[in-house]
Write a protein that binds this ligand. Structure first.
Ligand SMILES: Nc1ncnc2c1ncn2[C@@H]1O[C@H](COP(=O)(O)OP(=O)(O)OP(=O)(O)O)[C@@H](O)[C@H]1O
Ligand SMILES: [Mg+2]
Length: 253
């Protein structure tokens, strides 16, 4: 059965950077692995971090299919949407990517929700892992578009405010009715000594710290140049730190 991983945390904490590096290490350390990456952040940029290009987001597809004229004669709406959703999958040798896109318009989410849930459930079955880069509000998890989560990483930057915010995300996770397995904290952009300064705040959240990712000049340089984080070299401090986390979390096949 496929394992679902979700990465959550407040804006700018380092979720997408971590997700891209986690996927990098999973791919590089496994002989054979199939991964579906899901960008569930309305302000999607996981594709750029992975170096993949996206033709249409799921929101765009659902918007288009609202227009009855868009549906070819003789096709039901459901079949048409299904077909368009299949087309929206970005395929690459080790990682496929699905981009949720911005929120739906006002009104009932039920149709879109049910559809996405079914689509993700069916699609997810084809992969060893489904990895979701989400946002602090955990919309897709609370709406159950992501059917379940085996492993959740809550990412915080290296600040007291960041850790407190991670603590609130953890409270939210616990209050959700979704099935959520293990939950770990990752502190990013650390400098030597950051963790010991933050130790008390971390303890108060009740989260288990699985690792830290140092402030890495190569990440800054890569983002400045608009190059994919996935393409960082093995020597990068952030890559080495994420390698340890991936192994600790048992994410290799
Ligand atoms: N280990 C690191 N070292 C240096 N800079 C980092 C590191 N991790 C993330 N950053 C920088 O922090 C910023 C935010 O990172 P990222 O986009 O991964 O966060 P996010 O949580 O996905 O943000 P958003 O909520 O906007 O999606 C980026 O400019 C990125 O370059
Ligand atoms: Mg992000």
């Amino acid at each position: 059965m496929s394992k679902y991983i979700a990465v959550a945390g407040k804006g700018g904490a380092g979720k997408t950077t971590f997700t891209a590096l986690m996927l990098r290490q999973m791919v590089k350390n496994s002989k054979k692995i199939s991964i579906l990456a899901v960008d569930a952040d309305p302000n999607a940029n996981l594709s750029e971090a992975l170096g993949l290009s996206v033709s249409a987001t799921i929101s765009e597809i659902l918007d288009d299919t609202r227009n009855p004229k868009a549906i070819p004669p003789g096709m039901t709406k459901d079949i048409y949407v299904e077909y368009k959703l299949q087309q929206s999958l970005v395929e690459s040798p080790d990682i496929d990517l699905l981009v949720m896109g911005g929120p739906q318009g006002a009104g009932c989410y039920c149709y879109a929700n049910d559809l996405l849930r079914r689509h993700l459930e069916n699609l997810g079955k084809n992969y060893d892992f489904v990895a979701v880069d989400t946002e602090a509000g955990l919309e897709h998890i609370s709406r159950r578009t992501v059917p379940h989560v085996d492993l959740m990483f809550v990412v915080s930057d290296s600040s007291v405010r960041g850790i407190r915010s991670a603590g609130r995300v953890y409270e939210l996770i616990k209050s959700l009715k979704s099935e959520i397995g293990r939950v770990y904290l990752i502190v990013t952009k650390t400098e030597p000594g950051s963790i010991s300064v933050l130790a008390e705040e971390i303890a108060q959240t009740g989260l288990e710290l699985i690792g830290e990712i140092p402030l890495d000049p190569l990440v800054v340089k890569q983002d400045l140049a608009g190059r994919p984080i996935f393409d960082l070299p093995d020597e990068a401090l952030s890559v080495q730190a994420v390698d340890i986390i991936v192994k600790k979390a048992g994410l290799l096949t």
